[in-house]
Design a protein around this ligand. Structure first.
Ligand code: ATP
Length: 280
């Protein structure tokens, strides 16, 4: 087999606690991460012409070595030790620099896809080790389950049997730099006594844990996030939150119809990106 086409899903954070700053500049986090079915398409083709070529064609996403998918391919070709070329075509559907993990998911998908195409036989654990050097959220997308993520995001514990819900995803079309958000975060002397449940049996259990320490930082710069939250609530969302470092907001719905209706309302006349999606 020379070509593989795979889907790279997005994620939201049902919860994101920043626990402390680490000496290496990263932060220790505690997150609940959930994938959903808004996906980039990744087509990977082996070629006899050596080199890595990435095409994406989306403004704000580099085509060459600046693309995190390129770096993933570079790592695996180095391990393979073979003179082979790789062409990667990315069809981007996940909003960029949006707190939805699109780049990390593309990266994870290239690691998994090339492992298969090159017949390297690397375990998921090994791919996660390679992935965390490329991006803190990459291991989560190799893990492929809803997870409690600790450390910088790489220590993953599966959350089994969490209810599937509908999401209305709304992005006001501004790009937010994750680095900027962390630079502007004031860490207070917080007590970490919030107990993260392991079991979730209803949509109410999910809504009970919603929280994001980065939200206030990004809202200060982009107050439109508050407006989106308010409108999603008014349209019947059971819970609303900004994902990751933002600016994307998600509303949680039990019923598909209600999520789709909210998306139609919020896209109308605003220029915002809005999509309904199901958690996976
Ligand atoms: P994170 O929270 O990990 O920063 P995000 O969802 O907020 O993720 P991404 O969409 O992953 O943000 O993009 C972050 C930056 O990475 C963008 O500025 C973009 O130029 C760069 N980038 C490199 N490769 C990709 C890719 N394949 N898809 C999206 N962005 C990419």
């Amino acid at each position: 087999m020379r070509t593989l086409t795979l889907q790279a899903p997005a994620k939201v954070n049902y919860r994101l606690d920043v626990l402390r700053r680490r000496p290496d500049g990263y932060h220790d986090l505690r997150m609940i991460m959930q994938r959903f079915d808004l996906c980039d398409d990744i087509r990977i083709t082996l070629s006899d012409t050596p080199g890595i070529r990435v095409t994406c064609g989306r403004e704000g996403v580099p085509d060459g070595p600046g693309n995190i998918a390129w770096r993933a391919a570079d790592e695996l070709l180095f391990l393979a030790g073979r003179e082979v070329g790789v062409d990667i075509a990315i069809t981007k559907r996940i909003p960029v620099a949006a707190g939805l993990g699109g780049g990390s998911s593309d990266c994870a998908t290239v690691l998994m896809g090339l492992n298969q195409l090159l017949g390297l036989g690397l375990s998921d654990a090994r791919l996660m080790e390679i992935g965390v050097k490329l991006g803190a959220d990459v291991p989560f997308f190799i893990f492929k389950k809803t997870a409690l993520a600790e450390g910088i995001g790489e220590q993953l514990t599966a959350i089994e049997q969490i209810p599937r819900v509908w999401l209305a995803i709304v992005n006001p079309n501004v790009h937010v730099s994750t680095a900027w958000v962390y630079q502007n975060l004031q860490l207070t002397n917080r007590s970490d006594d919030f107990k993260m449940p392991r079991f979730y049996s209803s949509i109410a259990d999910i809504c009970a844990i919603l929280g994001n320490d980065l939200e206030a930082v990004t809202i200060r710069r982009y107050p439109v996030i508050s407006e989106i939250k308010g409108r999603l609530q008014a349209l019947g969302a059971a819970g609303v939150l900004m994902s990751g470092s933002g600016p994307t907001v998600f509303g949680i719905f039990e019923q598909e119809d209600a999520a789709r209706q909210a998306v139609v309302e919020l896209a109308q006349g605003t220029g915002w990106f809005a999509a309904a999606a199901r958690t996976i």
